[in-house]
Design a protein around this ligand. Structure first.
Ligand SMILES: Cc1cc2nc3c(=O)[nH]c(=O)nc-3n(C[C@H](O)[C@H](O)[C@H](O)COP(=O)(O)O)c2cc1C
Length: 447
């Protein structure tokens, strides 16, 4: 079984995977394909002839457009957030397997040369080659829980990476605990784990809740795990490539710049140092990459179900009848539709969504609309802004508070002022003046 390969097949069946047999460079050219595809609702790619990496296949753009999500989830787009929520609420723990295809090839120590992989250079000012789709798995030294997250890794030598991993990240927090004990922190970085693990890696849930259980619930069965060869971690048995290694305690070295989720560059900084101890993989392994940068591309789509699930969860704290949610760009804009029963319920939703730190710290703007507005259709949302908002009373500006870490406009790092719009109709009044103009019979005509 391979969740990753099944997903490639499903994309192919949906007309969303193109095999590229001409030679393509992993420096900019593969990323340029994904960029163009993301901007034009195009396909994912399997590059079969990667310059400088004979024999390697490079999978790219696997989350390049929103159209990938119904394929990954096997359900219509409208149900994706609810499916994700169901997985968060009813997780399925993993199962242990004695062996797995991800360990058909085992390369220990000096043999584990990560330079052989088609590690790409994505954006113009990136510092170099970056592993961008590796899901990190490491055991928290205090709780014993397998911490799972996705952090970019700059390839600095055959067995050396620089990693951008803030300490609010669960792998970052686990690494900090190991560091306080003056211990090296062993982590496995998994490529080609498949959509359930990739998407669950983004879950906005408490650190005490294991993400691999969410992956199991997305798959509808336990994820099979095998023990790593050189670190105390377990990884999906059917993955393509596993890079095992250790974070060096107290070591920080320059990493970046790198084209980030906000569509601007994350700047050079002193960040974690990761030393590779082993590489294990399938005998016919494929390498997976993801593009970050201008919204919308891989990074945004891969995070979207988890972000929207968390927005929905926190919005429900304020209003029990949340109908639908959407998050745009680097998730700085949250759109929530509610069935409003109290005059100013939308204001509570705005407060909840903009204020949430565990759920949706990214949101800088929140627009609340009625259920007749499709939250995923920006024209409809703007129409609600044009016709259902009086700025004096319905626009709420909040003073500086904690916000997204990568917003370049932040006056103080990680802080921003915020803005909410109540774009719902008032209760009680005659609704006729808000009625939408409809042309009958649109569904029946064609040409
Ligand atoms: C393609 C991709 C690349 C990402 N790169 C990073 C990164 O380099 N650093 C980071 O902190 N988060 C990165 N993220 C976001 C985190 O993976 C995401 O917020 C995740 O939920 C973190 O989990 P945690 O907060 O539970 O540790 C990336 C996400 C995706 C989809």
């Amino acid at each position: 079984m391979s969740d990753f390969r099944d997903y490639l097949q499903a994309l192919e069946k949906a007309g969303q995977l193109v095999h590229v047999t001409k030679e393509v460079s992993p420096k900019f050219e593969s990323a340029a394909h994904v960029r163009k595809s993301s901007d034009t609702d195009g396909p994912a790619f399997l590059f079969e002839n990667v310059a400088g990496h004979p024999g390697w296949r490079l999978a790219a753009g696997l989350y390049g457009t929103m159209a990938r999500l119904p394929v990954a989830f096997g359900c219509p787009m409208e149900q994706v957030v609810e499916r994700y929520g169901a997985a968060v609420r009813a997780p399925i723990p993993p199962q242990r397997a004695a062996e797995g295809r991800c360990q058909e090839v085992v390369l220990i120590g000096d043999q584990a040369d990560c330079g052989v992989f088609p590690v790409c250079v994505h954006s113009e000012l990136d510092a170099g080659r970056y592993v961008t789709a590796g899901v990190m798995i490491g055991r928290d030294p205090e709780t014993g829980i397998l911490a799972v997250g996705l952090q970019r890794m700059q390839l600095k030598g055959p067995r050396l990476f620089g990693v951008n991993m803030p300490t609010e990240r669960r792998v970052g927090r686990a690494a900090l605990k190991a560091e306080e004990r003056n211990q090296r922190f062993g982590v496995a970085v998994v490529l080609g784990a498949g959509p359930y693990v990739d998407l669950a890696s983004q879950a906005k849930i408490p650190h005490a809740q294991p993400k691999l259980d969410v992956a199991g619930a997305l798959a509808g069965r336990p994820i099979e795990l095998v023990r790593c060869k050189t670190v105390d971690a377990e990884v999906p048995a059917d993955a393509e490539i596993v890079i095992e290694g250790e974070f060096v305690p107290k070591a920080r070295e320059p990493e970046g710049p790198f084209g980030e989720v906000a569509g601007t560059y994350g700047l050079l900084g002193n960040r974690h140092v990761f030393e590779v101890t082993a590489v294990t993989m399938r005998s016919d392994a494929m390498y997976q990459t993801a593009l970050t940068g201008m919204p919308t591309t891989d990074n945004h789509v891969q995070g979207w179900p988890a972000i929207c699930e968390s927005i929905k969860r926190v919005a429900q704290h304020a209003c029990p009848e949340v109908v639908d949610v959407h998050a745009i760009g680097p998730y700085y804009l949250a759109i929530v539709s509610i069935r409003k029963r109290l005059a100013h319920e939308a204001r509570n939703v705005i407060l909840s969504v903009l204020g949430a730190t565990a759920g949706a710290p990214q949101a800088k703007y929140c627009i609340v609309v009625d259920p007749d507005v499709n939250v995923r259709d920006i024209n409809q949302v703007l129409w609600a802004l044009y016709t259902r908002v009086q700025p004096e009373t319905d626009a709420l500006i909040f003073p500086t508070m904690v916000g997204a870490p990568l917003d370049p406009s932040a006056p103080v790092h990680r802080h921003t002022s915020k803005l909410g719009f109540d774009a719902t109709m008032p209760l009680g009044e005659s609704r006729e003046r808000y009625d939408r103009v409809v042309v009958p019979g649109v569904d029946q005509v064609s040409w």
